[in-house]
Design a protein around this ligand. Structure first.
Ligand SMILES: Nc1ncnc2c1ncn2[C@@H]1O[C@H](COP(=O)(O)OP(=O)(O)OP(=O)(O)O)[C@@H](O)[C@H]1O
Ligand SMILES: [Mg+2]
Length: 284
């Protein structure tokens, strides 16, 4: 069995009428059971990659496989694929289909062929998990953008896909809802869901991801374990997204530190500083 779940090999994709391709020879691998982040500038092709990974757009060239099984575009194959792969769109308006919050969450569950009682139980649980109980009967058009985003995430997570693709999941969320989402994601990662998140928040990526993919102009320019990727990006002259704050602080201090792995959280960072107090002491 492969250690990678989703693989792209030489994928090209152009939108109808577009002057330039959105993806050009894109090859990548997504490690199973890991938390992967996808980063890259606006327009580099992240959302397009997601549409293809969920079978919503067909590559002009190249192959996409899930556990070595190629993506096919007949109805039955697509249905099976989408039972395994869940996509949360960047724009929640594109995702939500039903008149109310509860109806929207139940929509996908009914499509999975669950009984009415099973659907009702899962909807209740999902509303509770995502703090949406008070909005259950609200019409979707009355919700704020952040609330819509939460409903769209809840609706996909309720389906418990094997691979969960989230396009900018924390965009529009306030800090409380962001923390809640991260706890939910942590719990489902522990249950064995493979996660891919596209985001512009490099501080989040640095602390959260096991693996990082970096795109530029429709291609992959770096992939690998988080620390190794940021170390490499720093030396790429064309990389313009900046670096995570923790990484920057550590890179300034590390020459004076013993050779230890770079800290990936504020807690770890503080521990290092406490252990190596001499750093902050004035020279004798
Ligand atoms: N529906 C569309 N029709 C034509 N071109 C499109 C369409 N959607 C995206 N594109 C183009 O495809 C390229 C990749 O867009 P994509 O939305 O995948 O980028 P992205 O990395 O998700 O950007 P962002 O960080 O802004 O979300 C861009 O050049 C964009 O202009
Ligand atoms: Mg996008």
């Amino acid at each position: 069995m492969s250690e990678y779940l989703l693989e792209f090999d030489g994928v090209d994709y152009s939108y109808p009428m577009a002057t330039a391709p959105a993806l050009q020879g894109l090859s990548l691998r997504l490690p199973k059971y890991k938390k992967t982040a996808l980063i890259g500038q606006n327009g580099c092709g992240k959302s397009t990659l997601f549409l293809i990974a969920d079978g919503l757009a067909k590559p002009d060239r190249g192959t996409v496989t899930l556990d070595n099984v190629p993506l096919k575009f007949d109805r039955a194959a697509l249905q099976r694929w989408r039972q395994r792969v869940g996509l949360v769109f960047q724009d929640p308006e594109q995702q939500l289909v039903a008149p109310t919050v509860a109806a929207d969450i139940s929509y996908g569950l009914f499509n999975q062929g669950l009984s009415e009682a099973e659907v009702a139980a899962k909807v209740m649980q999902t509303l509770a998990d995502f703090n949406l109980e008070s909005l259950a009967m609200s019409p979707l058009q009355h919700l704020s953008l952040g609330q819509k985003k939460r409903v769209s995430i809840a609706g996909v997570m309720a389906l418990q896909p094997e691979l969960l693709l989230l396009d900018e999941p924390t965009a529009y969320l306030d800090p409380v809802q962001t923390r809640n989402l991260l706890l939910e994601l942590e719990a489902i990662a522990k249950r064995g869901t493979t996660l891919l998140i596209a985001t512009h928040d490099l501080d989040f990526v640095y602390q959260w991801a096991d693996w990082v993919l970096v795109m530029e102009r429709g291609q992959l320019v770096a992939e690998g374990e988080t620390l190794a990727v940021f170390d490499r990006l720093q030396s790429l002259p064309d990389f313009k997204l900046g670096m995570p704050i923790l990484w920057q602080m550590w890179s300034r201090l590390s020459a004076r530190m013993p050779a230890v792995p770079a800290p990936r959280s504020i807690d770890e960072f503080t521990k290092y500083l406490e252990n190596y107090r001499s750093l902050t002491d004035p020279p004798a």
